[in-house]
Design a protein around this ligand. Structure first.
Ligand SMILES: Nc1nc2c(ncn2[C@@H]2O[C@H](COP(=O)(O)OP(=O)(O)OP(=O)(O)O)[C@@H](O)[C@H]2O)c(=O)[nH]1
Length: 456
């Protein structure tokens, strides 16, 4: 059998296109070789398939160049999942920079609104958590001298977590009930080492604490204590009826220990100590809720996101945390343990007030005392004793306590940005307007009460 001359047969019987691409339109004519016809048709189909795959492959690098980090960030920020569905191909043709830029421009408003809603949702959840009764026990108390005088540091354990929460107590008359409670098999020396009272004093303290829960009843325990202890407990009676100045402060290693000026935390702690020390009585409950409850590791990541242009709220959300993960149930219990049911609260934070005044709360927040940064105004807080030390060049200015009270406008630019975000996105009671150091911050008006804000 002679070999089949495909070329000749095709030339004579079929209009064969000159290029493989054209073959796709070739139609075998009547009488042509059926073998060639089938061959050409198969070849055409194969070429068409290859052509389509090739077109797709050309676009493949662009499609996979779309950064996953962008897509996952967007998903987190928008609070919904993102997938490559319809229309995804167009997005993939843009460069990653185009996508990020257009994303920022188009969603900033949406993000702001979404954050407000999310912040409220998280705050509601946190409020419910703060309603929970937290059992606390003061494990030890010790006197701490510091540049402004001395205070008593109380260390607490709670059944909520395994952290060491603290109460910084100013005034000799505020006592912890759980510290005074007798421990099994405890000696007087053991009590002294914990910072609890002993002997007649212990009995008096126990009676006094019991008495706090029975308003109106007479205290007939005077026979239990020595004359030199009488004054102390006379003062103790007073602390029950008045409303001491209280700050509920959350841990910030960066701001308080290494003097970071990304935030105002170091200043707030020092200022709270100064104001309470001036009054002679009050408490700072120091909660180990570092980084608004997300911990130091996550806060450092959030700082890097802030250096990439995100604010403190978005940075938390991008890391899949709530804007504020704190609760205040343990603070309420610590204050109750210290016999404080009525207080004036040093804060700008509406959410903190709302959580502390939850439905089941026994706390009576008589008013809130705003904490406006001293560097916004040149003339506030003149003549405080610790300022004189700090300016006096006697070495105390090297201490972080005093240093925090001497912050200057220019140095605090980053803290001002943080404060602006707290005011604009987290509902903090900070007056923003166009005058003082930060464009947009006016001199504080120090008269609002918590009732005003709680009713809103
Ligand atoms: N996640 C996060 N936490 C921060 C940042 N800056 C400060 N913090 C933490 O924020 C907490 C203090 O919260 P703030 O909102 O500044 O102040 P506040 O105590 O709620 O409000 P005030 O009572 O008005 O002072 C501390 O735990 C700090 O560690 C930040 O950029 N990101």
């Amino acid at each position: 059998m002679p070999p089949i001359n495909l070329r000749a047969d095709l030339d004579s019987s079929t209009a064969v296109p000159s290029t493989p691409t054209d073959r796709s339109v070739a139609t075998p004519v009547e009488g042509g070789s059926s073998i060639e016809t089938h061959f050409n048709a198969s070849l055409d189909r194969a070429l068409n398939i290859l052509k389509r795959q090739d077109v797709l492959r050309q676009h493949e690098p662009e499609r996979s160049a779309t950064p996953m980090s962008w897509s996952s960030s967007t998903a987190t920020l928008a609070g919904k999942s993102t997938s490559y569905g319809e229309g995804a191909f167009d997005t993939a043709r843009k460069t990653p920079d185009d996508i990020i830029t257009s994303y920022h421009a188009s969603t900033i408003e949406e993000s702001l609104q979404m954050t407000k809603n999310k912040y409220k949702e998280d705050a509601d959840t946190a409020s419910q958590a703060s309603e929970k009764d937290v059992a606390v026990e003061c494990q030890a108390r010790a006197r701490i001298p510091y540049p402004g005088g001395h205070f008593y540091l109380h260390l607490y354990h709670t059944d909520e977590d395994d952290k060491e929460h603290l109460a910084i107590v100013f005034g000799d008359d505020i006592r912890s009930e759980s510290l005074e409670r007798a421990r099994d098999g405890e000696t007087d020396m053991g009590r002294k080492i914990r910072g609890a009272s002993i002997g007649a004093l212990r009995r008096m303290v126990a009676q006094d604490i019991k008495h706090r829960n029975q308003p109106g009843s007479d205290n007939d325990n005077t026979g239990f204590f020595e004359p030199d202890q009488a004054d102390m407990f006379a003062a103790s009676r007073v602390s029950i009826v008045d409303a001491p100045l209280v700050r509920i402060h959350s841990e910030c290693f960066t701001g308080e220990t290494v003097s970071s000026v990304r935030c105002d935390c170091g200043y707030q702690l020092a200022e709270a100590m100064r104001e309470i020390q001036q009054e002679g009585r009050g408490v700072i409950v120091y909660l180990r809720q570092e980084g608004r409850g997300i911990g130091l590791l996550e806060k450092l990541k959030a700082y890097n996101l802030q250096d990439m242009g995100h604010d403190t709220v978005d940075a938390n959300l991008l890391l899949n945390h709530p804007a504020d993960a704190r609760t205040y149930g343990s603070a309420r219990s610590i204050l109750a343990d210290l016999g404080i049911s009525k207080l004036r609260l040093l804060t700008n934070n509406t959410d903190k007030i709302r959580q502390l005044c939850g439905r089941s709360s026994q706390l009576d927040i008589v008013c809130h005392v705003p904490m406006y940064p001293r560097w916004w105004s040149d003339d506030v807080h003149q003549g405080a004793p610790v300022d004189q030390h700090a300016h006096g060049g006697d070495g105390i200015s090297q201490l972080s306590y005093a240093r925090h009270l001497n912050l200057k406008k220019g140095v605090m630019a980053e803290a001002d940005r943080y404060l602006r975000t707290k005011a604009e996105r987290m509902g903090h009671m900070l007056p923003l307007n166009a005058s003082l150091a930060l464009p947009g911050i006016v001199k504080p008006h120090v008269s609002a009460t918590s009732a005003l804000y709680l009713n809103n």
